[in-house]
Design a protein around this ligand. Structure first.
Ligand SMILES: N[C@@H](Cc1c[nH]c[nH+]1)C(=O)O
Length: 367
């Protein structure tokens, strides 16, 4: 009988992917640092209770839980770092002046794989701005996300905006649902099922058409905004999109809620050429403090594995240094940015060491 080496949904990152992932995260964090975001590094697991209700409106967490033999309490392995950053901001950094700007990178674990993404363990790198979820804060977060991706060499970026609490606002205001359920309506809208939407609440039909390229979709949403219940949201959204206009492709899918369990007025998904599926996601949300008070925040997380799988990493360049080469010469070449791979015995070859270049007569030659 053969056993799989790793459980399904888990994988080793091997060369050159692991290096590419580390480099990517370093560039992302550096871009964030340049905008004032300082790094926090929370633990892999923590008390389940401290994580589960930290962000308002999170549903039952998709976390792997276990009873800790030491504390006898239930711990959860983090499925998302945002809630941990929220905990830090609300507790240990609760006295810091607002807004607080924090960045992070680390592994997260989901209880179950999604249909489109079979991985259960993956890496996240991101930023959270705690204390504000204004248009100015959102413009900064979206800009930093795009800049971080650009710094990491990602091309063909697109940002797909959504308004996660849109249906809530409409059903509590101009278009009450009566007996019908908001989740059913959201499902039908997600499926772009006009018949289904009409059967639940025909007033929502125009929302099916209000998705697609940003400007046109925004226009349609403005036309739909009967009574002005959405005016401030739509104005704000326009200004947020303007922050990265011309730099990325902009789209709008106003009723998309999938994956935006805790986000409030604004959400966005990030995509890039060559990458399958989302490479990141972000939005505004609400942190719940120990005393029950609430604080607004906004942030984004990038999914390192999805970005690396989408390519864009630098090609390998390795210089083979034959036996007997002056170590000072190899050191000088490393100083010039070369990766040098030293032969350790006479039988060693550039091919075996996956080298692209070789040092011959003290000169660098391509292989
Ligand atoms: N952590 C969220 C994205 C996010 C960060 N901040 C706010 N939202 C996710 O991965 O889906």
């Amino acid at each position: 009988m053969t056993h799989a080496l790793l459980p399904s949904g888990f994988h080793d990152r091997l060369p050159p992917v692991a290096d590419a992932a580390a480099r990517l995260e370093a560039r992302v964090l550096e871009a964030a640092h340049a905008h004032g975001y300082e790094r926090v590094d929370p633990p892999l697991a923590e008390f389940e209770a401290a994580l589960a209700h930290r962000l308002k409106a999170t549903r039952a967490q998709d976390a792997v839980r276990f009873v800790d033999p030491v504390s006898q309490r239930t711990l959860a392995i983090r499925p998302d770092i945002t809630a941990q950053v929220g905990r830090i901001a609300a507790t240990r950094m609760g006295h810091h002046p607002r807004p607080v700007r924090l960045s992070y990178a680390g592994s997260v674990l989901r209880l179950r794989a999604g249909q489109l993404s079979p991985e259960r363990e993956r890496r996240q790198a991101g930023c959270e701005l705690i204390g504000l979820d204004t248009v100015a804060a959102a413009r900064e977060i979206v800009t930093v996300a795009v800049e971080a991706l650009e710094a990491a060499g990602v091309t063909g970026i697109s940002v797909d905006f959504t308004l996660p609490d849109l249906l809530g606002v409409l059903s509590a205001g101009p278009f009450p649902l009566g007996e019908a359920s908001l989740d059913d309506l959201a499902d039908r809208l997600d499926a772009k099922d006009a018949g289904g939407v009409a059967a639940i609440a025909p007033a929502y039909l125009p929302l099916i058409e209000a998705a697609g390229p940003f400007d046109a979709a925004h226009d349609r949403l403005c036309a739909f905004d009967a009574g002005g219940a959405l005016t401030s949201r739509l104005d704000g959204l326009w200004k947020v999109a303007d922050a990265v206009r011309g730099r990325v492709v902009l789209t709008l899918d106003p009723t998309e809620r999938h994956g935006f369990e805790y986000q409030t007025w604004l959400g966005f998904s990030l995509f890039a050429d060559g990458a399958r599926g989302e490479i990141g996601r972000g939005g505004s949300y609400t942190i719940v403090h120990e005393d029950g008070s609430e604080e607004a925040a906004i942030g984004f997380s990038l999914y390192t594995d999805a970005i690396v799988a989408g390519g864009g990493e630098d090609a390998r360049r390795r210089l083979f240094v034959p036996l007997g080469t002056d170590p000072a010469l190899a050191a000088r070449l490393r100083g010039e940015g070369w990766v040098t791979v030293a032969a350790l015995d006479a039988g060693d070859t550039p091919e075996a060491q996956l080298c692209t270049h070789v040092l011959i007569d003290d000169g660098v030659r391509p292989l």
